[in-house]
Write a protein that binds this ligand. Sequence first.
Ligand code: ACO
Length: 325
Amino acid sequence: MSVTRTIIRSVGAYLPERIVTNEELSTFVDTSDEWILERTGIKQRHMAAQGEFTSHFAVAAAKMALERAGLAASEIDMIIVGTTTPDRTFPSTACIVQAELGMTNGAAFDLQAACSGFLYGLAIADSFIVAGAYKRILVIGAETLTRLMDWTDRNTCVLFGDGAGATIVEGIEGQGDLSDRGILACHLRSDGRYRDLLTATGGPSSTKSIGTVQMNGREVFRHAVANISDAIHEALQATGFGADDIDWFVPHQANGRILEGVAKRVGLPDDKIIITLDRQGNTSAASVPLALNSLYESGKLESNQLVLFEAMGGGFTWGSVLVRW
Ligand code: ACO
């Protein structure tokens, strides 16, 4: 039976020029390169300069994805931007991106699911495409998380970085079985009971300010390993694939130790796991498409390979998406 499948046609990325190493960070935060590297795997992160906004990174990543696909912005039907750090409370960063790309057709909106924003966006784009409502969607994860840092809180400020990744997804015809290219499984979850374990202390309706990130690191760690592993098991169970069948694991880049824990539970070997957090830190919603871009640029990603994405963030929100490239 012929069905519509959503393929990832193109990917792009952008990182701000300024790099802050752990050594530089330890000149103004009570921390050290050894501590950060050992506990997280992070060596450096990119940081937005004054005057650089989330939309600037999103536009740059989107332009790269469009160019690689040989597409004009007018050929896109919808823009979804996963972000926790929009340029403004409103209008959406997606509308700003739409205007900057010179696109006057289609629809654009932001999606707030913290670090899971890109993955949620991918799953929603898949639903629109499979339903036949839209043909080609730009799904972006873009952040300036460093703007939400309390630079006196060493528990959080050493972890995050800025940047953006973009994908263009579109519908193709498939046979309706697991040999199809495109998205084969999406599993999204959330549990708002844990909203205070990883949160920003402000918001437009409560404090009229943006606040700063606050986190219970140990609890987040515990839930992250369990939730991410569950989401991966769901993807495998739904499709009947085993961990051995996965060619590439493209995870949210929260923390090297979380990834080690997940890899052990699920049975994924190190050489299939894409790691960018050593160079980029945790870029929240941008981290999955940035990691995908890194895999793409390595030249190792081949048509028909199975790529497993996962993310987990504040809310808690989490999930997995399995794609045949
Ligand atoms: N530099 C030096 N020392 C530090 C730092 C730092 N940056 N941060 C904390 N410490 C100290 C603490 O003050 C504490 O000192 P004490 O024993 O004298 O009180 C000590 O290190 C141990 O602190 P813990 O919080 O117990 O450290 P832990 O081993 O749990 O590591 C970490 C902290 C890395 C945050 C860990 O809990 C973790 O990985 N949590 C997951 C959170 C995460 O990755 N969040 C990202 C966002 S969520 C997401 O994207 C999924």
